[in-house]
Design a protein around this ligand. Structure first.
Ligand SMILES: Nc1ncnc2c1ncn2[C@@H]1O[C@H](COP(=O)(O)OP(=O)(O)OP(=O)(O)O)[C@@H](O)[C@H]1O
Length: 688
């Protein structure tokens, strides 16, 4: 490793700074050219549609070329076969088109992440740059050709992961680790499932994979789209800046609830009904309820057409219905096919008798005549997802016919609404009904499929939610990210194969990530005590971080908890970085009020741009988030609040980047046991 301390190194640093200034200027010119093209775009495009499309492309290009002066334009350099390549966030070329900075996703850049002494990939020297607020301040060389390799001991990697956290998530392009890079650069066709302990970089990997795939398959994925699914809006706003910083401005982000929100939620369910509605058996019940609506044609179709009479007997009608049914099409598509075939039979009779081919108008008229409409209404009736679900949940006969042999009588009773709504429109759907509506909609019509879907915190997907995502990725691939130990939903997965099956990707590879970049070793050690009680088989996290503090603060009575919390918050505020107070949901208002009386206004977790340094976060929202210092209030209360409370506590205890304080008056939940007081890091037991 070399540091820029000697004169020749200073010269090198100077040269690198010059290259940075010149690259920024070149990027500015690229952007200028894109902006002037954008300005004249409307004039050169031949028609309004062309102008619109061109305008969109050019404005996207302008946005992609934005330069953020606070982040380095390049962060690394490769010395390969005497040639030198700077690696950065996007391609920058000089006026002659010669590369000044290579995009980190370019094939050549892969060696920056993967080359090693054992497999140098032609790299003689790998250089990493240290930056402060966009200013180049240092560099670090590994002369692979001389057997020098730093791995995770890189000073620049250490500085990056120990950096105090503030605000939203940042990209990790400068320090992606080899095992992460393999996932980021996996083929578009490959669906993968990443099982990783807290802070192992799953979210980071998923977002960088999206950016990588968009780079490599730009046109294809722009057409089909890339979707990121996260657990809640606080999480989505936390990650929202990462892809734009990588130049990707068109990726959709949504929660599963957003995806399936086809009706307003106005109703509630019992816990038992919610569970049942998320059960994959409901897919079969709905399927039967829908297809059970088909009727056997018994009447002929007889049509008077001017001086002609056409007739189709029940037998050919039955054949048409049976054949269309066997084709296994979405219900609505099948219905239209039946209509078209019936009209086709009428057309053939007409051609045979008149010797002429009837025109478009005749065909349209025949497809709408009452006889054809009535036939369809009895043998393949029109239905909406809402009508199907309302029928199932409010008509005992419909439910028992569809659920026979699938749901017990008791289960059916749990599902049935006490009173049927007067009309389908008046139905009050619960959140769980929305998964049924989405399933029903998927039976009726095919969803458009994204080219790639990244699903974060996937351990909490119910089978029915997984099916909703499967419908949106039928022709695409998936990156599934999660940690079975962090499963808090009642239907949380115990085995990734089950989730993958529901997602329609049963053969996806399951890949572990085990190096923790967030949580200090002393805190990981505490959280890991919960693992044996969580009932899942996952590898423990191994923290890269030797720094960090843990304090367990015991107070004698509940009334003293808030005061102790305030002391921890105030102490944490003496250091750089964000501070979060995480409490049981029911305690959040009280905690917030206590902070306010001390003059500390606290932000809410979805307000990532807030000036406030302290955020109060309900335990149920904190999944996927991280804060520099975390104060956990009364763990026993967090555990008691829900059936999978220990899993929730595991999530809560693994949010801290530099320090964790646990404040309690009730005994700590069993598995936490005695607290470590020895190195690594510092752990302290405080108490009144
Ligand atoms: N290669 C890396 N270099 C620098 N920082 C990294 C790297 N990988 C991950 N990190 C950082 O570690 C932290 C945790 O990453 P991330 O949130 O992606 O983990 P996760 O596995 O999704 O965690 P959780 O299970 O808690 O949701 C983030 O601050 C991220 O930027």
């Amino acid at each position: 490793m070399t540091l820029p301390a000697q004169p020749d190194l200073d010269d090198e640093l100077h040269d690198e700074r010059t290259h940075l200034i010149e690259s920024r200027a070149a990027l500015g010119r690229m952007r200028g050219r894109a902006e002037s093209l954008f300005a004249v775009g409307a004039d050169v495009a031949g028609d309004p549609y062309g102008a619109e499309a061109l305008g969109r492309t050019l404005s996207r290009r302008v946005a992609e070329l934005a330069d953020d002066p606070t982040t380095p334009l390049f962060f690394g350099k490769l010395d390969i076969d005497e040639a030198k390549y700077h690696i950065g966030r996007r391609h920058v070329t000089d006026d002659a088109g010669e590369p000044m900075v290579l995009d980190w996703r370019a094939p050549l850049s892969q060696s920056f992440y993967r080359a090693s002494v054992r497999d140098p990939q032609g790299v003689a020297t790998r250089r990493r740059f240290g930056f402060v607020k966009g200013e180049l301040t240092s560099f670090e060389d590994e002369h692979l050709d001389r057997g020098e390799e730093l791995g995770t001991k890189s000073r620049i990697l250490t500085a990056e992961i120990e950096r105090p956290r503030v605000g939203p998530m940042r990209d990790i392009v400068a320090t992606i680790q080899p095992e992460q890079d393999e996932l980021v650069r996996a083929e578009l066709e490959d669906s993968i499932c990443v099982q990783g302990a807290p802070g192992t970089g799953k979210t980071a990997v998923g977002l960088h994979r999206a950016a990588y795939l968009l780079y490599l398959h730009r046109e294809r994925l722009r057409r089909s789209g890339v979707l990121i699914v996260g657990p809640n809006t606080a999480f989505l706003s936390y990650i929202s800046a990462v892809l734009p910083a990588l130049g990707e401005v068109e990726v959709q982000q949504a929660t599963v609830d957003d995806l399936i929100a086809r009706a307003p939620v106005r109703g509630r369910d019992t816990e038992a009904a919610t569970l049942l509605k998320h059960d994959p058996r409901m897919a079969e019940v709905l399927r039967r309820a829908l297809w059970g609506r088909l009727g056997k044609p018994v009447e002929p179709i007889m049509v008077s057409d001017g001086s002609y009479r056409w007739r189709i007997d029940p037998e050919p009608l039955r054949r048409i219905v049976d054949e269309a049914r066997r084709e296994d099409l979405p219900y609505t598509v099948g219905r239209e096919r039946v209509r078209a075939r019936v009209v086709g039979l009428l057309q053939r009779q007409s051609e045979y008798r008149t010797g002429n081919s009837p025109g478009e108008g005749w065909l349209r008229r025949m497809s709408k005549i009452p006889q054809v409409r009535d036939f369809l209404e009895t043998s393949w009736p029109a239905v909406t997802p809402e009508a199907l679900v309302v029928g199932l949940l409010s008509e005992p006969d419909v439910l028992s016919a569809a659920a026979d042999g699938i749901l017990t009588a008791d289960e059916q009773a749990v599902l049935l609404w006490p009173k049927a709504p007067r009309t389908v429109k008046a139905a009050k759907f619960s959140p769980a009904d929305l998964v049924l509506l989405d399933e029903a909609a998927g039976l009726l019509e095919r969803e458009t499929s994204f080219g790639h879907v990244v699903v974060d915190e996937a351990q909490d997907l119910s089978p029915m939610q997984a099916r909703a995502i499967a419908r949106r990725s039928e022709h695409g691939s998936i990156t599934l990210l999660g940690d079975l130990a962090q499963g808090t939903a009642p239907w949380a997965a115990a085995d990734w194969r089950d989730t993958l099956r529901h997602l329609g990707k049963p053969d996806a590879a399951i890949v572990p990530l085990t190096i923790g970049f967030r949580v200090p070793a002393v805190v990981v050690e505490l959280a890991n005590k919960l693992l044996p009680a969580l009932g899942v088989d996952v590898p423990e996290a191994v923290s890269l971080r030797r720094d960090g503090d843990l304090a367990i603060v015991a107070v004698p009575t509940p009334s003293e908890v808030d005061a102790a919390m305030l002391v921890e918050v105030t102490t944490a505020l003496e250091h750089e970085g964000s501070v979060a107070v995480i409490a049981a949901d029911t305690a959040v208002d009280r905690v917030r009020a206590h902070l306010a009386t001390a003059g500390l206004e606290a932000a809410t977790p979805d307000d990532v741009d807030s000036e406030a340094r302290v955020t109060v976060v309900p335990a149920t929202i904190v999944k996927g988030l991280e804060y520099d210092h975390v104060v956990v209030v009364e763990p026993a209360e967090i555990v008691a609040a829900e059936p999978r409370g220990l899993h929730r506590l595991y999530v809560v205890l693994t949010r801290a980047v530099s320090g964790l304080s646990v404040v309690h008056s009730a005994p700590l939940p069993g598995p936490l046991g005695p607290v470590p007081v020895s190195p690594p890091g510092t752990a302290a037991l405080r108490g009144a």
